[in-house]
Design a protein around this ligand. Structure first.
Ligand code: ADP
Length: 181
């Protein structure tokens, strides 16, 4: 499913983000940039040790990546040239600033892509796995934040959401269909 917003195509696909041929894929990382399960583990396994080497350097320099922020590394052996690592909020019931922190993940990742003149970027569904954010709510935050960013900034041609399972894909499809543009 596709939607054109300003000059950017928002595309939804179901699949494995480690296989995407884009300028950058985004990783749902943790604050220590230490790797882990889920999409984070899959990206490090597929991309090889170069990615962790750069994460180690970032950790040595600035102590990791706070929730809602983003950092960029090589894509290592991936088809994607770079990986943007962002740290989503852990869902604590919804009154702990989760929506603003999740919006910040998408905004900061897009801002980093924009600064690096990247044209195509892929996102997984940040925070909706181990971090427990309800997927319908997360999908609405994700798509609204992307819409606002691409309406205000030119240069990113495509933002692709790569959703791993059918239920997540359906949530994003519903959210994109009801997105007001
Ligand atoms: P978080 O800790 O931010 O919740 P997870 O990795 O646990 O991150 O889950 C985030 C989403 O990523 C979930 O929808 C999960 O199914 C999905 N996911 C897991 N592996 C992949 C993959 N290879 N490609 C795309 N999405 C993936």
């Amino acid at each position: 499913m596709d939607k054109l917003i300003s000059r950017t195509t928002i595309k939804l696909v179901q699949g494995d983000i480690t296989k995407e041929k884009v300028d950058a894929i985004t990783n749902a990382a943790n604050e220590k940039l230490a790797g882990g399960g889920g999409v984070d583990g899959a990206i490090h396994r597929a991309g090889g040790p170069e990615i962790m080497k750069e994460c180690d350097e970032i950790r040595a320099r600035q102590g990791g990546c706070p929730t809602g922020q983003a950092v960029i590394t090589t894509g290592g052996n991936l088809a994607a040239r770079q990986v943007i690592h962002t740290v989503g909020p852990i869902w604590r019931g919804g009154n702990s600033n989760e929506p603003a922190l999740l919006a910040s993940c998408y905004h900061e990742s897009l801002a980093l892509a924009h600064r690096h003149r990247l044209r195509t970027i892929a996102f997984p569904s940040i925070s909706t796995g181990v971090y427990g954010y309800p997927t319908p709510k997360a999908a609405a935050v994700a798509l609204n934040t992307v819409k606002e960013f691409v309406s205000a900034h030119q240069g990113i041609e495509e933002v692709r959401f790569v959703l791993f399972d059918d239920a997540t894909y359906q949530c994003f499809k519903d959210a994109l269909a009801s997105l007001e543009i």
